[in-house]
Design a protein. Structure first.
Length: 202
């Protein structure tokens, strides 16, 4: 009888230790998820605060790109640089007599861009994450416009960085799809214009 009681006590103790370990692991996972979410929020907030300050229209200038660089993935930086070169080449070929290939805010769905924002939520999954951003455009004596766009992030060795923006606004003449798609189209159109200009000079 004493042996049975001793085994029973050890079994209960073992189950309690397993349960305690599971709780501790769950707690650690929740803390880790909260920390990742905070990291995403910090990057998103810092980027859009800078964006509101600089308010670039169209492809950002070299000076603005230098300021945005700490928040952008290497891939997105490369596309923005190529798009800027395409815009410059297009302006040279057209003599600056036509509008640029893109002349709107590239980082939100609205042509004019936002005047304010708030971060609705952020979620991290291993080395990828996303934040839903709610934007507002407030004009004097007008009702504010509100919409939401997702921001996609990647974990690079240095930190969380922005990889792409998705346009969810339903305005008729605004971008559709994603930022990277728009940039690739700008690059393609700029290259076509440059090639056509070279053919005409021959």
């Amino acid at each position: 009888m004493r042996n049975f009681s001793s085994k029973s006590a050890r079994s209960v103790h073992h189950r309690c230790m397993l349960a305690l370990t599971a709780v501790m692991l769950l707690h650690a996972a929740l803390l880790g998820a909260a920390a990742e979410s905070d990291g995403l929020r910090t990057v998103a907030a810092n980027f859009y605060n800078l964006h509101l300050k600089l308010h670039p229209f169209g492809v950002p200038s070299e000076q603005d790109l230098a300021k945005f660089r700490p928040y952008l993935s290497g891939s997105l930086q490369g596309l923005l640089r190529d798009a800027l070169r395409a815009e410059q080449s297009y302006a040279d070929q057209t003599g600056g007599k036509v509008p640029p290939l893109v002349e709107s805010d590239l980082f939100t769905s609205l042509f004019e861009g936002a005047t304010g924002f708030k971060i609705v939520s952020c979620e991290a999954r291993q080395n990828a994450g996303s934040c839903m951003i709610e934007f507002v455009r407030q004009e004097p004596n007008q009702k504010p416009l509100r919409w939401q766009d997702p921001l996609y992030l990647l974990r690079e060795p240095r930190a969380w960085v922005i990889a792409d923006v998705e346009y969810l606004g339903d305005w008729q003449f605004m971008h559709k799809g994603r930022l990277k798609t728009v940039l690739k189209r700008v690059i393609e159109e700029g290259n076509k214009a440059n090639a056509e200009g070279l053919r005409q000079k021959k």
